[in-house]
Each structure stands twice: as structure tokens, then as C-alpha cells.
Design a protein around this ligand. Structure first.
Ligand SMILES: *[C@@H]1O[C@H](CO)[C@@H](O)[C@H](O)[C@H]1NC(C)=O
Ligand SMILES: *[C@@H]1O[C@H](CO)[C@@H](O)[C@H](O)[C@H]1NC(C)=O
Ligand SMILES: *[C@@H]1O[C@H](CO)[C@@H](O)[C@H](O)[C@H]1NC(C)=O
Ligand SMILES: *[C@@H]1O[C@H](CO)[C@@H](O)[C@H](O)[C@H]1NC(C)=O
Length: 206
């Protein structure tokens, strides 16, 4: 009778364990965030009468003993913070792909241990189309503006050049720089015409 009972108990325990194991194994919340997003995990299972709060992520470990008011943590990422006064919250400021993984929070109380799990996936692509839209539209706008202004400038120059030097013809003569240059030009012309006359006279004699 006693043996039967214990066998039944073991079977029941086994069933219970497998059920709880399965529930625990599957009982994580999937979280898909984009790189750079802030994240907060709220371990909001009843923390009344809690004696210990534990956070685990990979090899990182945080534990807070309520009765001793003692905290140990070897979470080394500067992005991860767990408020020592309210250790049921873990926040990540700007998630990066290396923050992805399974986060577990366990709260031990007089009733036993309760835990919550999050499977964090940090994607680099989810918001990328939006980034592209935000970056590309102004870029394309700027590019169009640049092309338009270049086209306009080209047209202006093209319409001006057939009339000869529009700048020298239209602008009033400026004192200082322009005048000696023009005088030099005239002097050159004079020299040239004198040279031509000389050539003519030489060739004319021949
Ligand atoms: C815990 O928080 C989630 C939302 O973050 C809410 O849906 C859920 O009901 C909360 N659970 C408890 C026990 O407060
Ligand atoms: C953090 O501490 C736990 C327990 O002492 C240890 O197993 C783990 O390797 C440590 N992790 C790091 C990243 O130091
Ligand atoms: C726990 O210790 C911190 C300092 O490490 C102190 O600021 C806080 O008031 C303490 N809390 C309790 C409930 O004793
Ligand atoms: C977490 O989610 C990712 C993708 O959503 C999946 O590949 C991975 O196996 C999950 N991790 C666990 C422990 O279930």
C-alpha cells in the first residue's frame, strides 16, 4: 500500500514536473525590437513576501536579497540597468544586437519560485526602410536642387556667351584694376597694328 502510494506520488510528481517544465520552457515572451530602442522588462509577478530577486542573462547574473538588503551583480554592459531599490525592473538603454538573448527574472518567496522570461531579438532591419525614407527624401531633394541650379547656370552662360563678353560690355568700367588692364590691351593692339603696318610695308616693297 505504502509502496503503491509512493509510486503514485512519484508519477504525479513526474507529471507535475514535466508539465511545469514544459510551461516554464515555453513561457517566455518574444520581444522584437530595433537596434537602438530602449527596453524595459517588468518582472511583475507578485513580489509580495519576496525574499530574493534574480536576473539572469547568459553569463550575467544579478541577485538582490530582500532580507539582507544585499545586491550582487556582474552585468557588465553599461546599457543594462537594474534599479537596486526596485529590482523588478531591468532596462536597456538603446538595445544592440549583442543584447539579444534570453532574460530570466526569478522571484523567490515563501510560496516558492516564480519566474518570467523574455526572448529578446534585436533587429537591424525593421526600421531601416523608414530610415532610408527619412534620409533619402532630403538627399534626393538636395540633389535635384543642385542639378536644377547647375542647369540654370549653364543656360544663363550659354545665352550670354554668343553676345561676346557680356561682363566687359555691360559693366561700367571699374576704377583701379580694370583700367590699366584695358590700357595694356589697347597698347597691345597699337603695337600689333604697328607691327602689321611694318610687315605690310616690308612685304609691299618686295
Ligand atoms: C504584467 O505586465 C503586463 C504588461 O507589461 C500585463 O499585461 C500583466 O497583466 C501584468 N501582470 C501582473 C501580474 O501585473
Ligand atoms: C557572474 O557570476 C556568476 C556567479 O558567480 C558566474 O557564474 C558568471 O560566470 C559570472 N559572469 C560574468 C560575466 O562574470
Ligand atoms: C538597502 O541598502 C541601501 C544602501 O545599500 C539603502 O539605501 C536602502 O535604504 C536600504 N533599504 C532598506 C529597506 O534597508
Ligand atoms: C528566441 O527567438 C529567436 C528568433 O525569434 C529564436 O531563433 C531563438 O531560438 C529563440 N530563443 C529561445 C531560447 O527560444
Amino acid at each position: 500500500m505504502g509502496i503503491m502510494f509512493s509510486v503514485n506520488q512519484v508519477a504525479l510528481l513526474f507529471i507535475l514536473l514535466s508539465v511545469t517544465w514544459r510551461v516554464c520552457a515555453d513561457d517566455y515572451r518574444s520581444m522584437l525590437v530595433s537596434s537602438g530602442d530602449p527596453i524595459m522588462f517588468r518582472c511583475n509577478i507578485s513580489s509580495r513576501d519576496a525574499t530574493q530577486i534574480i536576473w539572469i542573462k547568459g553569463r550575467s547574473y544579478f541577485t538582490h536579497s530582500v532580507s539582507l538588503n544585499q545586491t550582487f551583480s556582474n552585468f557588465s554592459s553599461p546599457r543594462v540597468t537594474i534599479d537596486h531599490n526596485l529590482p523588478t525592473k531591468l532596462s536597456i538603454s538603446g538595445a544592440q544586437p549583442e543584447d539579444a538573448g534570453l532574460y530570466t527574472c526569478s522571484i523567490s518567496g515563501v510560496y516558492g519560485v516564480n519566474s518570467m522570461k523574455w526572448n529578446l531579438t534585436v533587429s537591424e532591419t525593421t526600421h531601416r526602410p523608414w530610415y532610408f525614407v527619412y534620409i533619402l527624401t532630403p538627399a534626393i531633394g538636395l540633389l535635384l536642387c543642385g542639378v536644377m541650379s547647375v542647369v540654370c547656370l549653364c543656360r544663363k552662360f550659354r545665352t550670354r556667351t554668343p553676345n561676346g563678353d557680356p561682363v566687359q560690355n555691360q559693366d561700367p568700367p571699374q576704377p583701379g584694376e580694370e583700367v590699366p588692364l584695358r590700357q595694356g590691351h589697347r597698347a597691345n593692339n597699337k603695337k600689333r597694328s604697328q607691327y602689321k603696318e611694318r610687315l605690310n610695308s616690308i612685304y609691299g616693297h618686295m
